[in-house]
Design a protein around this ligand. Structure first.
Ligand code: MG
Length: 457
């Protein structure tokens, strides 16, 4: 696909991403979807209203009525699609910096569009096949202000509200000036928690912190947890489909560790979970212990969604899935990553035990990453050939869905070209630092040699 990646389309506003482009996406989607009405939601970015206006014009011009939801978390927009059976566009760049924006397309079934359906819309954008309406058939645009309220009501009904309220928890919340600022403080208060907040005003300039909730940006949340003597800190990204955590002592919890803790609570013997090929050994170990199957997909959340749907169609139980970046699916609730729901699922566990105890089994893992830079396609090909040869002769099962992943039982290594830079990346993880480093070096050696040979030619 030229226009859409595995999570929609993203770009810098004023450079790659323009209202004209969003207008064309909306015309194409409005033409392709057999829907009388389509919704538009957005996150808090400064360019959100401008791009939503372009999307509304595009949809109305192909004769489709438009529900303008205003600023709403992606999971609130997806819920709207699901409940009202209408597709829509979410104007968001998720965790990317403030100058970015983008478009996610959601189907009338309440699931982000997969690669097939995105390709069909992309073809229509490129060929400019739009069903332009005549003057008496253009769509009408209405404001809908209930999407966030209904979303919070749904969330409250979907979690163990009594257990959480009875535990008298204090929650420190950092919505990062994103769309979650409009819903999460209210949600966690109504769960019976005392809620203290930082960066909880919606603000497209993101003055307190950038949208991606990584450890280096969560010092204020960690301080707040300590100052307020909170039981947990919860941070979202710009569209609030992710939740990352800080424990009761103010320590950042790696996303891989919180995913493993949530999975350990959710998975039973015979269940299946889905993750991408860079999945942590922590989730591998949880699956091994409980007797659950782990299915891997290429990196990208739409790949995980597609696999979950296939498995469920085959009658498999998939109670949890996700990635180590704080994006967790609970498919029995809804097939979307939902930061507020994931936060509440952790609170159900925190009602019994402190966060530090919940994640303790998953903190002692060592990750190694090596980056090997190349200059030409011939060099890249030679490096990947070497990786393939190594994988074929290794004493481990190779997974080749996206690069080469070798699982050794207690450890794994992954070789994969970066999607954004001219580098081949090697990842390894084990409980033991030396083991992780030696696995990474072992596969790096023939790849480096291949690179040098290719350079000498
Ligand atoms: Mg996001």
């Amino acid at each position: 696909m030229q226009l859409f990646g595995s999570s929609g389309t993203r770009g810098v506003v004023g450079e790659g991403l323009s209202p004209e482009f969003v207008l064309r996406i909306a015309k194409a989607a409005g033409t392709a979807w057999s829907a009388d009405s389509v919704f538009i939601a957005r996150d808090t970015r400064t360019s959100g209203e401008m791009l939503a206006n372009a999307a509304a014009s595009g949809l109305a011009s192909v004769g489709v009525d438009v529900d303008r939801l205003g600023t709403a978390p992606t999971p609130a927009a997806v819920r709207y699609a699901d409940v009202y059976g209408r597709p829509g566009l979410v104007i968001t760049a998720s965790h990317n910096p403030p100058e970015y924006n983008g478009v996610k397309l959601v189907g009338a079934d309440g699931v982000e569009l997969g690669v097939d359906r995105l390709e069909r819309i992309e073809e229509r954008i490129l060929s400019e096949e739009f069903s332009i309406a005549t003057w008496d058939a253009v769509g009408t645009v209405s404001r809908v202000d209930s999407a966030n309220r209904e979303y919070v009501a749904d969330l409250l009904a979907a979690v163990d509200r009594e257990a959480i309220a009875a535990a008298d928890l204090t929650v420190a919340l950092d919505p990062g000036h994103g769309a979650g600022a409009l819903t999460s403080p209210d949600f966690f208060r109504r769960l019976g928690c005392e809620v203290v907040t930082v960066n909880a005003t919606p603000d497209g300039f993101f003055p307190g912190r950038q949208p991606e909730p990584v450890a280096s940006r969560l010092d204020d949340l960690r301080t707040l947890v300590t100052a307020a003597d909170a039981d947990v800190g919860i941070a979202h990204d710009g569209d609030a489909d992710r939740a990352v955590f800080v424990d009761e002592a103010g320590e950042f919890v790696a996303g891989e560790a919180s995913l493993a803790a949530l999975a350990a609570a959710e998975l039973d013997t015979g269940d299946t979970t889905v993750a991408a090929v860079n999945v942590s050994q922590r989730l591998v170990d949880v699956c091994e212990r409980v007797g659950a199957d782990l299915e891997l997909t290429p990196i990208g959340s739409t790949n995980i969604i597609s696999r979950i749907r296939e498995l469920r169609a085959d009658g498999k139980r998939v109670p949890i899935a996700g990635e180590g970046n704080g994006g967790v699916f609970f498919p029995n609730y809804r097939l979307v990553r939902d930061g507020a729901y994931a936060g509440a699922k952790l609170l159900e566990l925190v009602a019994e035990r402190p966060v530090s105890e919940l994640v303790a089994p998953y903190t002692d893992y060592e990750n190694v990453r090596l980056d090997l830079a190349y200059e030409t396609d011939a060099e890249l090909d030679a490096m990947l050939d070497a990786a393939r040869a190594f994988a074929a002769s290794a004493a481990a099962d190779p997974d080749t869905k996206d690069g080469y992943r070798l699982d050794y039982g207690d450890a794994w290594v992954l070789v994969r070209p970066s999607g954004t830079e001219p580098k081949v990346r090697i990842y390894a993880e084990a409980r033991d630092a030396d083991r992780a480093r030696s696995l990474a070096e072992e596969i790096a050696e023939p790849i480096r040699a291949a690179l040098e040979n290719a350079r000498a030619e």
